[in-house]
Design a protein around this ligand. Structure first.
Ligand SMILES: Cc1cc2nc3c(=O)[nH]c(=O)nc-3n(C[C@H](O)[C@H](O)[C@H](O)COP(=O)(O)OP(=O)(O)OC[C@H]3O[C@@H](n4cnc5c(N)ncnc54)[C@H](O)[C@@H]3O)c2cc1C
Length: 495
């Protein structure tokens, strides 16, 4: 472990605010590229959160490129092979794409991130069999306890001699007389100077407003998180999406004895405890698969206040990092609905792209605002390929899966029926969701293919007599689909 002490008089090449998922990855990578890095975190002990527990294959790809894939080892992580979706008693399983899909992408490591003698592959441990992982024809994701994964990332970062750990809450950024950010202030520890300050302070970011006062996320709904003990899941090693009259429910295993259940809740403000418990008992419980019910009831009946935790699901399209000396990455820059588990994937792929784009700059050049801004403009444009797909998909799927009107319900039935067709009809959607098909066009064409398929099914269901009604409904359905999807997509592309 690095034993460097934070030095108020030193000029660091990089200062990072926040050691969540993204901060330690950038810190380690930059340190390996020869930068002196100071990483400030207000809470270094293992966190217990209900976020960031399922990593999509593209997130694992990014971890590999950062030389940090070993962070999923020795935490009893669960291999994830795809998604299992249940809707009104019918089910469909969708495997993650074949490895060929991943090999069409740039998988080259970040320069200097992987060094001679590094073991940069998934290893065998108590829950992962490296040989089976390697031989599996399709890519995999992983689910785990967030805190343990984070501890691994942090330890990898702090083992770098160029990294200095700072234990404290960052209270402000310092600007020089040219209005360029040149350091941070930390509670009870004074100020620290750096050529470039990288802000990774996460979902409740205090410092994203440095980019713009109006750069604030919107809360769309809440996730209610419960922990299920020894739950029997319909399809182990798959992420479960349960649809019905309730808003969507997600379940995935975190370790051999615990599974996370995230129940979406349609509310823009923190719901009252009595309302949540009533909703879980009367709306969610009756519709769960039979095998899940005992562990869910057990979780609901436990004594005390800790039955569930609620987190807001926020949306924030990214904006250009154009403040000299300052960069936001991770949730401080960009958020989407967590239904599709894409947050870490976007953040880690951004870390890869950012570290690659800056890798040829000397330490002195990191403090040169015009040079860095040029790279940040490229970063803003390039990252849209992945982030627009993951973000628009997450919001569109949430809106359809939480359908609360007749036309969205026609679309919801259409999505599920489309998936039931299997083959190519699920290949591209799961490629988009796993982050391995970063193509806005593929997303666009699949979304409208689903919408037209939903209309076709509606015509068939209404029959000849109901044709005029179906025609009217289908026009509204297509309008609804466009209304749900296009503003998000255009917002992502043009911000
Ligand atoms: C309910 C929910 C479920 C989710 N599930 C998933 C999932 O399954 N898969 C997935 O990929 N994504 C998921 N996400 C998103 C994912 O958690 C985030 O995208 C990811 O954690 C972002 O990483 P980050 O490093 O930007 O921020 P964080 O991981 O939140 O880290 C921010 C860090 O900054 C520190 N910090 C903040 N302010 C200060 C300060 N002033 N001084 C010092 N330190 C500070 C914090 O203590 C924290 O350690 C979920 C999100 C939600 C809301």
């Amino acid at each position: 472990m690095s034993t460097n002490k934070p030095d108020n008089d030193k000029l660091y090449d990089i200062i990072i605010i926040g050691a969540g998922v993204v901060g330690p990855c950038i810190a380690r990578c930059m340190a390996r590229q020869g930068r002196k890095v100071l990483i400030a975190e207000r809470e270094w002990s293992c966190p217990n959160r209900i976020v960031g527990e399922l990593m999509q294959p593209s997130g694992l790809k990014a971890l590999k490129q950062l030389g940090m894939i070993k962070a999923i080892n020795n935490i009893e992580a669960n291999e994830v092979d795809g998604y299992y979706i249940e809707f009104n008693g019918k089910e469909v399983s969708i495997d993650y794409p074949s490895k060929n899909v991943e090999s069409a992408l740039d998988t080259t490591p970040v320069p200097k991130a992987i060094q001679k003698g590094d073991e940069d592959k998934v290893g065998t441990d108590s829950t992962i069999d490296a040989k089976k992982w390697e031989e599996c024809p399709h890519v995999k994701g992983a689910s785990f306890r967030h805190g343990q994964f984070l501890t691994n990332l942090r330890n990898l970062c702090l083992s770098e001699p160029n990294v200095t750990k700072l234990d404290g809450s960052v209270t402000g950024v310092i600007k020089n007389d040219k209005d360029c950010v040149c350091g941070i202030t930390v509670a009870n520890q004074g100020s620290f100077k750096g050529r470039l300050v990288i802000n990774c302070d996460g979902i409740y970011s205090k410092f994203r407003k440095e980019l713009d006062e109006d750069f604030v996320p919107k809360v769309g709904s809440y996730f209610i998180g419960l922990e299920l003990k020894d739950a029997k899941l319909p399809k182990p090693h798959f992420g479960h999406v349960l649809l019905g009259e309730h808003a969507p429910v997600l379940i995935y295993q975190m370790d051999p004895h615990s599974s996370r259940m995230l129940c979406a809740y349609r509310s823009k403000t923190l719901p009252k405890r009595s309302e949540v418990l009533n909703y879980l008992r009367t709306r969610v419980l009756p519709q769960l698969p039979k095998c899940v019910k005992p562990s869910f009831e057990e979780a609901l009946n436990q004594k005390g206040q800790d039955i569930y935790r609620a987190m807001p699901n926020q949306y924030l399209p990214a904006r250009l990092n154009d403040v000299p000396g300052f960069v936001c990455i991770g949730d401080s820059l960009n958020m989407r609905h967590p239904l599709t588990g894409g947050g870490m994937t976007v953040g880690l792929n951004d870390a890869v792209m950012f570290c690659k784009m800056l890798s040829d700059l000397s330490n002195e050049q990191l403090g040169h605002e015009e040079i860095v801004l040029e790279r940040l403009i490229d970063f803003h444009t390039e990252r849209k390929h992945l982030d627009a797909v993951i973000n628009a998909l997450s919001l569109a799927l949430y809106t359809l899966f939480a359908a609360d009107n007749k036309y969205l319900q026609i679309l919801q039935r259409g999505v599920f029926a489309y998936f039931l067709r299997g083959g190519v009809y699920v290949g591209q959607p799961i490629g988009l969701l796993s982050g391995l098909i970063p193509s806005i066009w593929v997303l666009f064409s699949n979304f409208f293919a689903v919408a037209f398929y939903a209309c076709r099914l509606n015509f068939a269901a209404r029959g000849i007599v109901g044709f005029p009604l179906a025609l009217y409904e289908n026009i509204v359905v297509l309008f609804t689909a466009a209304h749900v999807f296009l503003p998000i997509l255009f917002g992502e592309i043009f911000t």
